[in-house]
Ligand binder design. Structure first.
Ligand SMILES: *Cc1c(COP(=O)(O)O)cnc(C)c1O
Length: 336
């Protein structure tokens, strides 16, 4: 199957599995897993932070961050379609008693800073206390401009807000701009980074921040059931990915561009102009077609997530140039 539904479907390759099988292990709840410790130190340094914490998922590292920054009854400002707001089962509100204040994203994936400013509540006992601004980079495959991040940081500092990055795919953002990771993540008080997306590890996310923040985060991870024991077997996959798979994200981006160019040539397929900044292509197909079309593609071993007539296609390390060419051919044979 050529699976375009997400970059989370990537499988660990044999070299990664070998690194996992050789990793020295210990009990990480006691802080004694050398491989987890190495992953945390390595990624903290690369992200420009003092300290880091390994957790089972990006949903958990985001929730830990929100709970570490905000107390019960505090509020965070977030985008309407942001992962931490829309796709994490309401965890901040349910488990953290943190009120979200969602605002609409602009077309480029930023939150307009005037709207953010207007959403910050005055110190008044009628209101929740606005504590945090959460951004996402990449956001639906879009790269958030560095200039914007600097302005958001200034706004946060001026208004005593913490600034959190959901950086599930921040390595895609870094690679696409030829930046070092810390040039993006170092601007935030905390950053959550996924190893199990395009980087190809089977499991795991890392939360970065200063020492006091990560100490607090460690207690919350335990509370949420995210303390793992010989977790080095998973951290080894993450370390392997950091050493070997980051630069390869460029290939995924190139594939997305080839896909966007190829599909852009078809009359019935509309490619969104924000597509292919990194590893995502957004298309829409004629309204009457989606179910038919997705069944047709499935019969050709091409998996798409079809919810209505808009389709997100994600390129990743398990999709080859031949797969892309094959996919474009089948779009052609259906719509051409
Ligand atoms: C995947 C993802 C996460 C974390 O998801 P998990 O499946 O819980 O690891 C967080 N934010 C964004 C933007 C994501 O794409």
């Amino acid at each position: 199957m050529i699976d375009y539904r997400s970059d989370t479907v990537t499988q660990p390759d044999s070299a990664m599995l070998k690194a996992m099988s050789k990793a020295p292990l210990g009990d990480d709840v006691y802080g004694e897993d050398p491989t987890v410790n190495k992953l945390e130190e390595t990624l903290a340094e690369r992200a420009g932070h003092e300290s880091a914490l390994f957790a089972p998922s990006g949903t958990q590292t985001n929730l830990i961050a929100l709970m570490a920054h905000c107390e019960r009854g505090d509020e965070y400002i977030v985008g309407q379609n942001a992962h931490t707001y829309k796709y994490e089962a309401g965890g901040a509100a349910v488990l953290g008693s943190i009120q979200p204040q969602p605002i609409d994203f602009e077309a480029d994936g930023t939150l307009h800073l005037d709207k953010v400013k207007a959403a910050i509540k005055a110190d008044d006992f009628h209101f929740a206390k606005t504590k945090l601004l959460a951004l996402e980079n990449t956001l639906a495959g879009k790269v958030i401009p560095q200039d914007y991040i600097r302005q958001a940081r200034t706004l946060a500092i001026d208004n005593q807000l913490m600034l959190h990055l959901d950086g599930a795919r921040v390595f895609n953002a870094a690679v696409s701009q030829d930046l070092e990771l810390h040039e993006i993540t170092g601007q935030f008080n905390s950053a959550s980074i996924c190893l199990s997306k395009g980087l190809g590890a089977p499991v795991g996310s890392v939360l970065c921040g200063n020492k006091a923040f990560i100490n607090k985060a460690r207690r919350i991870r335990k509370m949420l059931g995210g303390g793992m024991r010989q977790a080095g077997v998973l951290a080894a996959a993450g370390l392997f990915a950091l050493e070997n798979n980051v630069e390869n994200l460029r290939i995924d981006h190139k594939h997305a561009q080839i896909l966007a160019d190829g599909l852009g040539g078809l009359d019935s397929v509309k490619v969104s102009h924000n597509s292919a900044q990194t590893n995502m292509v957004f298309i829409s197909i004629p309204a009457e077609k989606p179910t038919d079309f997705c069944e047709f593609m499935k019969s050709k071993n091409i998996l798409l997530s079809c919810l209505g007539n808009s389709i997100r296609m994600v390129t990743h390390r398990d999709i080859s140039p031949e797969d892309i060419a094959y996919t474009i051919r089948h779009f052609n044979s259906y719509f051409g």
